[in-house]
Design a binder for this molecule. Structure first.
Ligand code: NAP
Length: 357
C-alpha cells in the first residue's frame, strides 16, 4: 500500500471531538494548523462545544463541528468527506452502575465502530484510521496476569475474560477493537493504527466530563477510602500524552498495530501518598492498606461487584510500554504529575471538597 501523504492539506476527522481525550487531541491538531472536522452528538449544545470553539479561536488551525451519532448509520459521512486521517475516539465510557450493558455499552461501541469504519470504506480520501481502544482490550482483570507466561501485559495479549455480565465496558472495548481489525483487513485503502490507553488522568479542557478518571480522583477527596486503601492498582497515563500518541499514530509513516499507553502503575495507597505530599494532611486519605477480606466486604457497598473485586484486589498490574516509546517516539509524564494536576483542577472547580477545605 502506498504511504499516505503525511500532513496533506485536507481536513482530519475526530469523532466524539468534545470528549476528555478528544478535546486535547483537537487542541493539538489546531495548534499544529490542521483543518479539524469534529463530530459531536449535538453541535448546538454549547456546554459541550464552547471550549472547542474557544481553543480554535486562538489557534492557527480551523474547526468545523458536525452532528453524528454512533447509532446513526451514515451520520459520519459528511464530516469524513475529504479527510485522509480519521481519529475514532467516540465510545461510551461507563464503568460504574451500568443499567443495560448491551444497550448502553456494547451496541454503541461496536456498532459505532462499524458505522465509522464503513464510512471510511465509502470515503475515497481516507488513508489512515487511528482507533482509541484501551488497555482493557488487552486484559480483563489483574488476575489474568497469572495466566500468561510473561510478567507483564504487552500488545500481543487480548482480553479473554470480560463479558456482558462481567466488566461490560472492557468487553465493549475488546469487541470493538477486534471488529476494527477485521474491517481493516477486509480492504486495502486505509490502514489501522490502535492506541490502548490506561486510566487517563490530567487536566481536562472540557468542563462537562464525567470520564472515569474524574470519578477515580473524586474518591480520594470524598472520604471513600477513609477506612483504608484496598490493594488495587491503576495503570495511569496523562491525557496530554494520550493526545500526543494519537497525533503520532496518525502521522508517523509506517505506524502499525497496537500501542499500550501507560506511564506507571500506582496503587491506591501510592496515589494517596502523592496527594498527601502535595496537598497536605487535611484530605481524608487512607494511611494504611486494608486486608483483602475487609476490602472484599466493603466492595459491594462501594458499588464494585464481588466478582470484579475478587479478580482485581491484591493482584499486581504490570504493562510493557516500550512499543509506544520506540514506535511512536513517545515520552510519558510521571503518573504523579497527572495525579496532582488532575486533583488540583477538581479542587479549583469545586468537584472535590473535604471538611477543612
Ligand atoms: P468521554 O469524555 O466520555 O468521551 C467519550 C466521547 O464519546 C464523548 O464525546 C461522547 O459524546 C462520545 N459518545 C458516547 N456515546 C456516543 C454516541 N452514541 N454517539 C456519538 N458519540 C458518543 O471519555 P474519554 O475518556 O474522552 O474517552 C474517549 C475514548 O478513550 C473512548 O473510546 C474511551 O473508551 C477511551 N479510553 C478512555 C480512557 C479513560 O480513562 N478516560 C482510558 C482508555 C480508553 P457525548 O459528550 O455526547 O456523550
Amino acid at each position: 500500500m502506498p504511504d499516505r501523504v503525511l500532513g496533506a492539506p485536507g481536513p482530519v476527522l475526530v469523532t466524539g471531538g468534545n470528549g476528555y481525550v478528544a478535546s486535547w487531541l483537537v487542541k493539538r491538531l489546531l495548534d499544529d494548523g490542521f483543518r479539524v472536522h469534529a463530530t459531536v452528538r449535538d453541535p448546538l449544545d454549547e456546554t459541550k462545544t464552547a471550549h472547542l470553539e474557544a481553543i480554535a479561536q486562538g489557534s492557527p488551525g480551523t474547526l468545523s463541528l458536525f452532528r453524528a451519532d454512533l447509532l446513526d448509520r451514515g451520520s459520519f459521512d459528511q464530516a469524513m468527506s475529504g479527510c485522509d486521517l480519521v481519529f475514532h475516539t467516540a465510545s461510551p465510557l461507563i464503568v460504574r452502575g451500568v443499567d443495560d450493558p448491551v444497550r448502553d455499552l456494547i451496541e454503541p461501541a461496536t456498532e459505532g465502530t462499524r458505522t465509522v469504519l464503513e464510512a471510511a470504506n465509502r470515503t475515497p480520501s481516507v488513508r489512515r484510521v487511528v482507533l482509541t481502544s484501551s488497555i482493557v482490550a488487552v486484559y480483563g482483570d489483574a488476575a489474568d496476569l497469572r495466566d500468561i507466561p510473561e510478567d507483564r501485559f504487552d500488545e500481543r495479549h487480548w482480553n479473554t475474560t470480560s463479558s456482558e455480565s462481567h466488566q461490560p465496558y472492557s468487553c465493549s472495548k475488546t469487541l470493538s477493537e477486534r471488529l476494527a481489525w477485521k474491517l481493516a483487513a477486509d480492504q486495502d485503502r486505509w490502514d489501522l493504527v490502535v492506541v490502548n490507553p490506561g486510566l487517563v488522568l490530567g487536566p481536562s479542557l472540557s468542563p462537562h466530563t464525567k470520564a472515569e478518571g474524574v470519578l477515580v480522583m473524586r474518591d480520594f477527596g470524598s472520604g471513600y477510602y477513609r477506612f483504608g486503601a484496598p490493594e488495587l492498582e491503576f495503570a495511569i497515563v496523562d491525557v496530554r500524552d494520550v493526545a500526543d500518541a494519537h497525533l503520532r499514530a496518525g502521522l508517523t509513516p509506517g505506524a502499525s498495530g497496537r500501542h499500550i499507553l501507560v506511564s506507571e502503575t500506582l496503587s491506591v495507597i501510592e496515589i494517596a501518598g502523592v496527594l498527601r505530599r502535595h496537598f497536605g494532611d487535611a484530605l481524608p486519605l487512607p494511611r494504611n492498606t486494608v486486608s483483602r477480606s475487609v476490602a472484599l466486604m466493603l466492595a459491594p457497598r462501594r458499588g464494585i461487584p464481588l466478582a470484579v473485586a475478587r479478580r482485581n484486589l491484591g493482584f499486581p498490574l504490570r504493562f510493557d510500554n516500550s512499543r509506544a516509546q520506540a514506535a511512536l517516539g513517545l515520552t510519558f509524564r510521571p503518573a504523579a504529575v497527572s495525579v496532582v494536576e488532575h486533583f488540583q483542577q477538581l479542587l479549583e472547580d469545586g468537584e472535590v471538597r473535604w471538611a477543612g477545605h
